[in-house]
Design a protein around this ligand. Structure first.
Ligand code: PHE
Length: 345
């Protein structure tokens, strides 16, 4: 190759050595290969100044130079692309040995979990779950349940009335008894979980919203013994296998006889402690045999049908079983409190 062309190749190679970026690569391409201003084109144009005899040799040399430079340029392009690829792989590398960041997992609210736990026990005894509205009428919440017109529970002091007194927030889940008996023919075996509302001032054991589960069985020849056996079975499953149950006569307008149901104290086993106030017993629910008037109010013949009903506070059950010191904790939604119930069901 002619000396002057050889020199161009040497310079080109030196420049190639210094190229590090795509931008730089583009500039180099322009400088040497551009049709109008490129170094190669300038050499080709020189042919007119070359003596005719030397022209074929010159032409060959320029072609050689062009091939060498193109090969060199291709190599450079590939090297740069390669480097770029490896740089990106390095940058995007994932360290799979790093410990994973745990995703916080939600869970049901403790009251929901305890409600499910309670419902599960009755479902396994063959009860079906039904629900009723939280906004009720006087008829379903009181009248049909045999409350006399002047009963104190109907008082504005205890009950939240809405829509100018046309409706009220149910004060217990017993209205679901009425709705069920109106809609379904006996035999019936249902439980009704849900929220209830009373005008209570919040303290450790009261909150104006709480939860109940109502139970109702209607069939032929249902007895008080059936009720007691059912509640004993339930208490053994929910609290402890050796828990004892007693019924204390009590009054609810919609049952006769009516009872308050106690379990032997789960904290002291019945010997007497602070929690059972030395009595050895803890009240857990209200119950009784469905009052004949309630059957009549639902269009059922009280001569034909017998039944029992019971109602329990879900919050109270949770407090007793899980040792919650204050009912208001269920409403504060402090995750340190909520997280402690992860093992329920
Ligand atoms: N509804 C009653 C209450 O809220 C509980 C209850 C239900 C009592 C069924 C007897 C029978 O206090």
């Amino acid at each position: 190759m002619r000396k002057d062309l050889e020199q161009i190749l040497v310079e080109f190679r030196q420049e190639v050595e210094r190229v590090a970026t795509d931008e730089h690569l583009k500039q180099l391409h322009g400088k040497y290969f551009s049709r109008e201003k490129g170094v190669l084109s300038a050499q080709l144009r020189r042919i007119r100044e070359i003596p005719v005899a030397e022209r074929p040799g010159f032409g060959q040399d320029v072609n050689l130079l062009k091939q060498e430079m193109e090969a060199e340029f291709d190599r450079l392009t590939r090297t740069l692309a390669d480097e770029d690829y490896h740089r990106r792989v390095e940058q995007e590398r994932l360290d799979i040995t790093l410990p994973a960041v745990g995703l916080p997992r939600g869970s049901f609210h403790p009251i929901k979990m305890v409600e499910q736990e309670l419902c599960g026990i009755f479902e396994r005894m063959g009860y079906s779950i039904v629900e009723g509205p939280e906004i009720e009428t006087d008829f379903y919440n009181f009248g049909a349940l045999n409350f006399p017109p002047d009963h104190p529970a109907r008082d504005e002091q205890d009950t939240f009335f809405v829509a100018g007194g046309r409706y009220l927030l149910r004060t217990h889940t017993s209205p679901v008894q009425i709705r069920t008996m109106q809609q379904l023919a006996p035999p019936l075996k249902i439980i009704a979980p849900g929220k209830v509302f009373r005008k209570d001032t919040p303290d450790a054991t009261h909150y104006p919203i709480f939860h109940q589960i109502e139970g109702l069985v209607v069939a032929e020849n249902v007895s008080l013994a059936d009720l007691k056996g059912t509640l004993h079975d339930f208490a053994r499953q929910f609290f402890a296998p050796d828990v004892r149950v007693r019924l204390r006569p009590s009054f609810f307008p919609f049952v006769e006889p009516g009872a308050e149901v106690d379990i032997s104290c789960i904290f002291c086993g019945g010997s007497g402690c602070r929690i059972c106030k030395q009595s050895g017993w803890i009240e857990i629910l209200g119950a009784g045999m469905v009052h004949p008037n309630v059957f009549v109010n639902c269009g059922l013949d009280p001569e034909e049908h017998t039944g029992f009903a019971f109602g329990m506070g879900v919050d109270r059950m949770a407090i007793l079983k899980y040792g919650v010191p204050d009912i208001r904790m269920f409403w504060e939604n402090d995750v340190r409190f909520l997280n402690q119930f992860w093992y329920v069901q």
